[in-house]
Write a protein that binds this ligand. Structure first.
Ligand code: ASP
Length: 316
């Protein structure tokens, strides 16, 4: 069978309130198109893992997303990012969490997968690895005046430092975690997710994005999935693995992502999850229970990138 490389990306699920103005929203949507193009470019010389890593790298560099340069601030006004990648051929996984000094966190996650014996490295250990591989940057590259102003305006309304962070994130409906799923010409699947996490999170809080089965999953012959939303619920639902389990049992990819979003909504309520996925023959799907989720996809030989934002926008 002649497989054409295919990629889908998301820029986070949440509320349209995230966008400061229409220009910001357009920049966010354009970044998704750039990410898909970078993924397809990578497919010319690389595999599905290269595709998802290149696509996520573009969004981390962009600054419009809650990942890489655009990462939100935690309760102490610091950036702490999480990211994970998975290679569906042999279930290799690399992930990092609570990383403060990296822009391309997805590349650090890939290094954990390819250059260490481990799956997940956090905090100081991850920072050390970033230094060794030339990915370390000063915090000033990740924190700007706009972020500090937003932090100052939100922190004064936070009633309790310990129990309101998730509630606040849900209320604000903030968007911007990024993810990608891809199928290459050889039929390999890969997934990657990268995030600055939820705004005003407790220092050291780790969300779903670096947790395999929660924030992402890739398994050849089955599917690849990337999740976004409130990590606490996504972890408790093991949302990405749940999609793969359904697909493995014969459920179609669109149905599978919809069922998992419906399940999360039933158990935890609305406004907390978005998923993109691709199956082993390249069918793409998405589902979410938030107001918006920016998503885009394309495949080799297609003359355009399909982009969607609202629930009823056609996708794929
Ligand atoms: N899932 C991410 C987290 O909880 C945040 C997001 O997707 O917006 O860290």
């Amino acid at each position: 069978m002649n497989i054409r490389a295919t990629i889908a990306v998301h820029g986070g699920a949440g509320s349209a309130k995230y966008f400061i103005n229409e220009e910001h929203r357009q920049r966010y949507l354009r970044g998704l198109i750039d990410a898909v193009k970078a993924g397809l470019e990578a497919a010319r010389r690389g595999n599905a893992l290269d595709m998802v890593v290149e696509a996520v790298t573009v969004m981390e560099l962009d600054g419009s997303y809650d990942a890489g340069r655009g990462s939100v601030l935690n309760l102490l006004g610091e950036v702490e990012q999480d990211a994970g990648v998975m290679w569906g051929k042999d279930l290799s996984i690399g992930a990092v969490a609570a990383v403060k000094h990296v822009v391309n966190t997805v590349r650090l996650a890939r290094l954990v997968m390819e250059r260490t014996d481990h799956v997940l490295i956090v905090g100081d250990g991850a920072e050390e690895l970033a230094k060794q591989f030339g990915l370390w940057v000063p915090a000033t590259e990740l924190i700007n005046e706009q972020k500090i102003n937003r932090y100052n305006s939100l922190i004064k309304d936070l009633q309790s430092r310990y129990r309101k962070n998730v509630e606040l994130a849900r209320k604000l409906g903030l968007i911007g975690t990024v993810g990608a799923v891809a199928l290459d010409r050889d039929g390999n699947l890969a997934a990657a997710t990268s995030t600055g996490g939820i705004i005003l999170k407790l220092p050291g809080r780790v969300g779903d994005s670096p947790i395999p089965g929660a924030g992402y999953w890739a398994e050849n012959g089955v599917c690849a999935v990337s999740a976004t939303g409130i990590g606490e619920f996504i972890i408790r639902a093991m949302a990405s693995l749940r999609v793969a389990d359904l697909v493995r049992s014969g459920v179609g990819i669109s149905d599978a992502v919809r069922r998992v979003v419906d399940y999360v909504t039933k158990v935890f309520g609305p406004g907390n999850i978005g998923l993109i996925a691709i199956d082993h023959v390249g069918n793409v799907a998405s589902a979410f229970n938030t107001e918006v989720m920016g998503r885009a996809w394309s495949r080799e030989g297609m003359d355009k990138v399909v982009i969607a934002h609202y629930p009823n926008d056609p996708f794929p």
